[in-house]
Design a protein around this ligand. Structure first.
Ligand SMILES: [Zn+2]
Length: 325
């Protein structure tokens, strides 16, 4: 993960590779409420897990695009703390874009560069770092959730200003991007999906699994035929957030239990932050982690008022009122 290093060294390194940006890293800037060690998140870059994958050209330098398996592309935003990963899944008749990223780069151009088929968008959940490019698409599916409808109405600049604040971005913004005007732009939800629905892309079926907890409208996509599970923010190898506004620890634990039952049906988890490919055994570890926390066991540290429970390659951040003392 991302541990301590002197700020001057970071500046030197970034200046050395030409990536330093005047509005980016500043001394004393940091990432609050996101777990231990987050202030130096960029130390982990570039992450070596990506080097094993075939990198493809991107029409927008903000994104890095990789082929992760047959017909599945990871669209990665390493220039910002969230290191969001969106996925384009291409079938024989149409494609599905699972998340549209931060809204800093031109996600629609990236999707067009990868497929000529119609693209339908479905978000892993409606946090702002996953819906940022939705406005550029006209075929958007969502769960029938008030949270989804609320987020589709867009935001003011204040709601997303943190994403661009000092210590959160190291890469130059794309030409024409105005950080002062950055906000979540409204979009139209054109269709509803329910838990258990199967989306047929032609030769490839994706099953919708409602997995609330991290957010009220969190969902995973199961590709049984290819033994893949797209997990969104419900699982990745970094601090998992049960403590945000709208999060629900109890529902997250139920979702983890449900996903653990699928561990034998999938080989690989495709996660929405940091690194794309994670072994499916972590579904069992996630379920165990919630058991440990719920039973009042487990070691934790307190940061920014929340407890962060350490499980090795991932952690879980929990509000103290959600767990026994
Ligand atoms: Zn999220």
């Amino acid at each position: 993960m991302r541990w301590t290093s002197s700020f001057s060294l970071i500046v030197l390194l970034l200046a050395g590779c030409g990536a330093a940006d005047d509005n980016a890293l500043e001394s004393g800037a940091g990432v609050d409420n996101r777990g231990v060690g987050k202030d130096n998140w960029w130390d982990a870059l570039p992450r070596e897990e990506w080097t094993a994958l075939e990198r493809l050209p991107s029409p927008d330098d903000w994104f890095e695009v990789y082929s992760v398996s047959d017909g599945v592309y990871a669209i990665y935003e390493p220039g910002q703390f969230e290191e969001v990963i969106s996925y384009l899944v291409v079938g024989e008749r149409r494609a599905l874009l699972f998340d549209t990223g931060l809204g800093i780069g031109d996600m629609a151009a990236v999707a067009r560069s990868l497929t000529k088929l119609d693209v339908v968008v479905l978000n892993s959940h409606s946090h702002y770092d996953h819906i940022g490019g939705n406005h550029a698409f006209d075929d958007i599916l969502a769960l029938d959730e008030p949270y989804s409808r609320s987020r589709a109405r867009g935001s003011d600049t204040d709601a997303v200003a943190e994403f661009l604040s000092p210590g959160w971005v190291w890469k130059d913004f794309p030409d024409g991007f105005d950080p002062a005007a950055f906000r979540s732009r409204p979009y139209a939800i054109g269709g509803i999906v329910d838990d258990g629905d199967v989306i047929d892309l032609g030769g490839r079926q994706l099953e919708v699994l409602a997995t609330p907890g991290h957010a009220p409208d969190s969902l995973c996509l199961l590709d049984r035929g290819n033994r893949l599970l797209f997990t969104g923010d419900t699982f990745y190898l970094a601090p998992l957030y049960t403590h945000l506004e709208g999060s629900d620890f109890g529902r997250y634990a139920e979702s983890a239990r449900r996903l653990a039952a699928l561990a034998g049906d999938v080989d690989v988890l495709l996660t929405a932050h940091n690194v794309p490919i994670v072994d499916s055994r972590y579904l069992l570890e996630l379920d165990r982690a919630f058991d440990v926390i719920s039973s009042g066991k487990g070691s934790y540290v307190v940061t920014d008022g929340s407890r962060e429970y350490d499980f090795g390659e991932f952690s879980v951040i929990v509000l103290p009122e959600n767990v026994p003392n």
